[in-house]
Design a protein around this ligand. Structure first.
Ligand code: SAM
Length: 137
Protein backbone atom coordinates (compact mmCIF):
# COMPACT_ATOMS: atom_id res chain seq x y z
CA UNK A 1 0.00 0.00 0.00
CA UNK A 2 1.14 3.53 -0.75
CA UNK A 3 2.76 4.69 2.47
CA UNK A 4 1.19 8.15 2.15
CA UNK A 5 -2.40 6.86 2.11
CA UNK A 6 -2.87 7.24 5.84
CA UNK A 7 -1.16 10.64 5.82
CA UNK A 8 -3.90 11.79 3.48
CA UNK A 9 -6.84 10.40 5.46
CA UNK A 10 -5.46 10.92 8.97
CA UNK A 11 -7.59 13.95 9.78
CA UNK A 12 -10.79 12.01 9.07
CA UNK A 13 -9.76 8.77 10.77
CA UNK A 14 -11.02 9.34 14.31
CA UNK A 15 -14.32 10.82 13.09
CA UNK A 16 -14.90 7.80 10.91
CA UNK A 17 -13.98 5.30 13.61
CA UNK A 18 -15.36 6.99 16.71
CA UNK A 19 -18.22 4.50 17.08
CA UNK A 20 -16.04 1.48 16.45
CA UNK A 21 -14.89 0.48 19.91
CA UNK A 22 -15.91 -3.13 20.25
CA UNK A 23 -12.42 -4.52 19.61
CA UNK A 24 -10.77 -2.39 22.32
CA UNK A 25 -11.63 -4.53 25.41
CA UNK A 26 -10.10 -7.60 23.73
CA UNK A 27 -6.69 -5.92 23.41
CA UNK A 28 -6.91 -4.22 26.81
CA UNK A 29 -7.58 -7.53 28.57
CA UNK A 30 -4.66 -9.31 26.86
CA UNK A 31 -2.33 -6.39 27.53
CA UNK A 32 -3.20 -6.41 31.23
CA UNK A 33 -2.70 -10.18 31.42
CA UNK A 34 0.71 -10.17 29.71
CA UNK A 35 2.31 -8.51 32.72
CA UNK A 36 4.95 -6.55 30.83
CA UNK A 37 5.59 -4.01 28.13
CA UNK A 38 3.42 -4.02 25.04
CA UNK A 39 4.13 -2.94 21.44
CA UNK A 40 1.43 -1.99 18.96
CA UNK A 41 2.57 -2.05 15.35
CA UNK A 42 0.63 0.34 13.09
CA UNK A 43 -0.89 2.10 16.11
CA UNK A 44 -2.38 4.92 14.05
CA UNK A 45 -4.05 7.62 16.14
CA UNK A 46 -3.73 5.52 19.34
CA UNK A 47 -7.37 4.38 19.27
CA UNK A 48 -6.45 1.17 21.14
CA UNK A 49 -3.10 2.22 22.60
CA UNK A 50 -4.56 4.90 24.90
CA UNK A 51 -7.14 2.62 26.57
CA UNK A 52 -4.33 0.13 27.25
CA UNK A 53 -2.10 2.81 28.78
CA UNK A 54 -5.02 3.98 30.94
CA UNK A 55 -4.89 0.55 32.60
CA UNK A 56 -1.34 1.23 33.74
CA UNK A 57 0.35 -0.86 31.04
CA UNK A 58 3.58 0.45 29.50
CA UNK A 59 3.04 0.59 25.75
CA UNK A 60 4.95 1.68 22.66
CA UNK A 61 3.22 2.50 19.40
CA UNK A 62 4.94 2.39 16.03
CA UNK A 63 3.41 3.69 12.82
CA UNK A 64 4.68 4.76 9.43
CA UNK A 65 2.33 7.75 9.06
CA UNK A 66 3.52 11.04 10.50
CA UNK A 67 0.03 12.50 10.24
CA UNK A 68 -1.59 9.61 12.15
CA UNK A 69 1.10 9.91 14.84
CA UNK A 70 0.66 13.69 15.11
CA UNK A 71 -2.99 13.09 16.00
CA UNK A 72 -2.00 10.36 18.47
CA UNK A 73 0.51 12.71 20.11
CA UNK A 74 -2.11 15.46 20.49
CA UNK A 75 -4.46 13.01 22.21
CA UNK A 76 -1.68 11.70 24.44
CA UNK A 77 -0.69 15.22 25.44
CA UNK A 78 -4.11 15.64 27.08
CA UNK A 79 -3.76 12.55 29.30
CA UNK A 80 -2.75 12.61 32.95
CA UNK A 81 0.98 12.48 33.69
CA UNK A 82 1.01 8.82 34.82
CA UNK A 83 -0.72 7.58 31.69
CA UNK A 84 1.45 9.76 29.47
CA UNK A 85 4.52 8.34 31.16
CA UNK A 86 3.51 4.83 30.11
CA UNK A 87 3.39 5.72 26.41
CA UNK A 88 6.10 5.97 23.80
CA UNK A 89 5.33 6.76 20.18
CA UNK A 90 7.73 6.24 17.34
CA UNK A 91 7.56 6.64 13.58
CA UNK A 92 8.74 3.56 11.75
CA UNK A 93 8.00 0.84 9.26
CA UNK A 94 6.68 -2.44 10.65
CA UNK A 95 8.58 -4.25 7.86
CA UNK A 96 11.91 -3.13 9.28
CA UNK A 97 12.03 -1.95 12.84
CA UNK A 98 14.42 -2.54 15.67
CA UNK A 99 13.54 -0.96 18.99
CA UNK A 100 16.21 -2.81 21.01
CA UNK A 101 13.73 -3.51 23.78
CA UNK A 102 11.79 -6.53 24.91
CA UNK A 103 8.01 -6.69 24.76
CA UNK A 104 5.83 -9.38 26.24
CA UNK A 105 3.02 -8.69 23.81
CA UNK A 106 3.13 -7.36 20.26
CA UNK A 107 -0.06 -6.90 18.29
CA UNK A 108 -1.27 -5.47 15.00
CA UNK A 109 -4.93 -4.47 15.17
CA UNK A 110 -7.78 -3.54 12.90
CA UNK A 111 -6.60 -5.18 9.68
CA UNK A 112 -3.40 -3.13 9.63
CA UNK A 113 -1.41 -6.21 8.59
CA UNK A 114 -3.37 -6.04 5.33
CA UNK A 115 -1.44 -2.87 4.51
CA UNK A 116 1.45 -5.21 3.74
CA UNK A 117 0.43 -6.33 0.29
CA UNK A 118 3.15 -8.80 -0.63
CA UNK A 119 4.30 -12.00 1.02
CA UNK A 120 7.76 -10.45 1.10
CA UNK A 121 6.54 -7.47 3.14
CA UNK A 122 4.46 -9.66 5.45
CA UNK A 123 7.42 -11.97 6.01
CA UNK A 124 9.74 -9.03 6.64
CA UNK A 125 7.41 -7.79 9.38
CA UNK A 126 7.07 -11.17 11.06
CA UNK A 127 10.81 -11.71 10.92
CA UNK A 128 11.76 -8.46 12.64
CA UNK A 129 14.05 -9.14 15.55
CA UNK A 130 11.55 -7.66 17.98
CA UNK A 131 8.92 -10.26 17.17
CA UNK A 132 11.35 -13.04 18.01
CA UNK A 133 12.27 -11.41 21.29
CA UNK A 134 8.57 -11.41 22.20
CA UNK A 135 8.20 -15.05 21.18
CA UNK A 136 11.04 -16.27 23.44
CA UNK A 137 8.92 -15.86 26.56
C1 SAM B 1 -6.52 0.91 9.74
S1 SAM B 1 -5.25 1.89 10.51
C2 SAM B 1 -5.27 1.13 12.12
C3 SAM B 1 -4.77 2.06 13.20
C4 SAM B 1 -4.92 1.53 14.62
N1 SAM B 1 -4.19 0.29 14.82
C5 SAM B 1 -6.37 1.33 15.00
O1 SAM B 1 -6.73 0.21 15.38
O2 SAM B 1 -7.14 2.28 14.92
C6 SAM B 1 -3.79 1.19 9.74
C7 SAM B 1 -2.49 1.83 10.18
O3 SAM B 1 -1.41 1.08 9.63
C8 SAM B 1 -0.34 1.99 9.40
N2 SAM B 1 0.65 1.35 8.51
C9 SAM B 1 0.46 0.97 7.22
N3 SAM B 1 1.60 0.42 6.73
C10 SAM B 1 2.51 0.48 7.73
C11 SAM B 1 3.88 0.08 7.85
N4 SAM B 1 4.53 -0.51 6.81
N5 SAM B 1 4.51 0.25 9.02
C12 SAM B 1 3.88 0.84 10.06
N6 SAM B 1 2.58 1.27 10.02
C13 SAM B 1 1.91 1.08 8.87
C14 SAM B 1 -1.03 3.20 8.82
O4 SAM B 1 -0.22 4.36 8.83
C15 SAM B 1 -2.28 3.26 9.72
O5 SAM B 1 -2.07 4.12 10.82
Amino acid sequence: MDEAVFDRIARFYDYEQENFVKDIPFYVEYAKKCGGEVLELACGTARILIPIAREGVKITGLDISKEMLDIARKKIEKLDENTKGDIEITQGDMRKFELKREFLMIYIAFRSFQSLLTKQDQGACLECEQIFVARKD
